[in-house]
Write a protein that binds this ligand. Sequence first.
Ligand code: CA2
Length: 149
Amino acid sequence: MKPIFVLNGPNLNLLGLREPAIYGAATLKDVEARCRDHAASLGLTIDFRQSNHEGELVSWIHEARDKASAIAINAGAYTHTSVALHDALKAADLPAVEVHLSNVHKREAFRHVTLIAPAVTGVICGFGVDSYTLAITALHFHITANKKG
Ligand code: CA2
C-alpha cells in the first residue's frame, strides 16, 4: 500500500512554539509522531511534510497522484484563499481529507470559507492533534470500504 501523504501548509512549523491557547502545545514533530504511530497501528505508512509555499504544496499534491494512496492536508491559511490547491486536489483524484486543529467555524468569518472543501472527500476540524489521527482513520475506512466494493 502506498503511503498517505500528510501535508501541512504555512506557519504550521510554528506549532507548539506560539499561540498554544488556539493550537495547543504539541509541536509539528509531535504531530508527525502521533500520525506515524497511529498509521502504523492501522497497518499504514505516512509521508509527512510541511511547506510555507503554495506552489510546493501544489507540487506535492501532483506527486501524490503516483506515490500516495490518499492525502490528509492542513493547508493552513491557504485553505481560505487557494484556487490552486483546490484545482490540484481535484486533479489528484485521490481520497483526501481537509484537516484543521481548530474549529474554523467558531473563529473569524474569513476562516468559515474553505476553497478546498469542495475538492476533498471530507473535512475534520476542531479536535486539535486528534483531527490528524481522525483523518487517517477516516481515510483508512474509506480506502478499505472502496476495496471491498
Ligand atoms: O486550525 C488549523 O489547523 C488552521 O488550519 C491553522 C492555520 C489557520 O490559518 C487556519 O485558519 C486554521 C494557521 C496555522 C498557523 O499555526 C500557527 C501555530 C503557532 C503559531 C502561529 C501559527
